[in-house]
Write a protein that binds this ligand. Sequence first.
Ligand code: NAD
Ligand code: UFG
Length: 339
Amino acid sequence: MQKILVTGGLGYIGSHTVVELQNTGFEVIIIDNLSNSSLDVIEGITNITKSSPVFVKLDLRFKKDVEQFFDQHNDIEGIIHFAASKSVGESIENPLLYYENNLNTLIYLLKECKKHRINNLIFSSSCTVYGEPDSLPITEDAPVKKAISPYGNTKQISEEIISDMCSVSELKSISLRYFNPIGAHSSAEIGELPIGVPQNLVPFITQTAVGLRDYLSIFGNDYPTPDGTCIRDYIHVVDLAKAHVVALQRLLINKMNIPLEIFNVGTGRGCSVLEIVNAFEKVTDQKLNYKIVDRRSGDVVAVYADIQKANEILGWKSERTMEEALSSAWKWEQKIRNL
Ligand code: NAD
Ligand code: UFG
């Protein structure tokens, strides 16, 4: 069995990816500092896969600890690097936290990759690198726009750092630019666990429906879109997790055309905020309290992926519907509230 290191593997996307990796036959070792996750996630993963991943609690900001980890684990064949801070708003308030956590951690990992000749890296990027697109659907060749937040900037800089390392070392990397992941595993054993008030749409919806929030604020209905609300490409987190497995397999069998390949990971379908709200009401058969409020600063009007490249080269496409994603998110919310 090939051993894969998953940093941030107890987080939202990481935990779903660990499940898919284990189900495909990979041996997984997780590094996480639990800054945005909990140890219970290991139990959820184990319940689904009947196999427990190895877990090492470690903060990747501490270089010596990272070095020590790699000195002790010399049989890692690939790394999927999820660990990062991910709140756009928090990054504007506290940019250094983001530059430190999202860039230093990557640099320390890359140093160890070079030293221990670990040449396969998958990086969690984001469609945020595109900013406000000039045309839709957006392809991987679209220009990377000036980042509107330090968080977005860390994703752009990370891709550049990886690219630079690919050209001077044996490193091969795939950068996956995620669109908007939503939903949970169908078992409701794992899902999204936002700390505090959720910033993202779907966790805010499920927390409103369960009674934790009075109402959902819809940020603006005067955008130049068919119903006036913003458009995004919402992808089921299990489909996103599966994209990591096929990308990893491509790296491991060395089928790369160039040392750094970039793929959009979305459904290719744009969906408005109101469409999500209506679909949620339909799949859960209940009314959702919501109010239209002012626009949120920094929101792009519309973004959705051109998925042809992932489809043709990775042989991957999303399979689950937005309704399935919403239904799984709702099942997960009810489970964690003991309903
Ligand atoms: P998450 O916060 O649920 O998971 C990240 C995990 O990394 C957490 O478990 C956290 O405890 C851990 N972590 C953070 N800093 C660490 C450190 N210094 N050392 C060790 N562990 C650390 O986030 P997620 O939604 O699963 O996102 C995973 C990755 O995907 C991130 O890089 C994020 O930027 C990227 N991404 C997420 C989205 C999204 O909407 N969720 C969209 C695009 C890209
Ligand atoms: N929205 C609301 N009310 C809310 C929350 C969100 O109306 O309470 C709207 C937003 O205005 C936006 C849409 O729902 O139009 C989606 O918002 P999210 O916050 O869920 O997602 P974003 O597209 O803003 O950003 C997400 C991640 C970023 C990542 C980006 C692209 O939060 O980290 O996707 O991957 F960079």
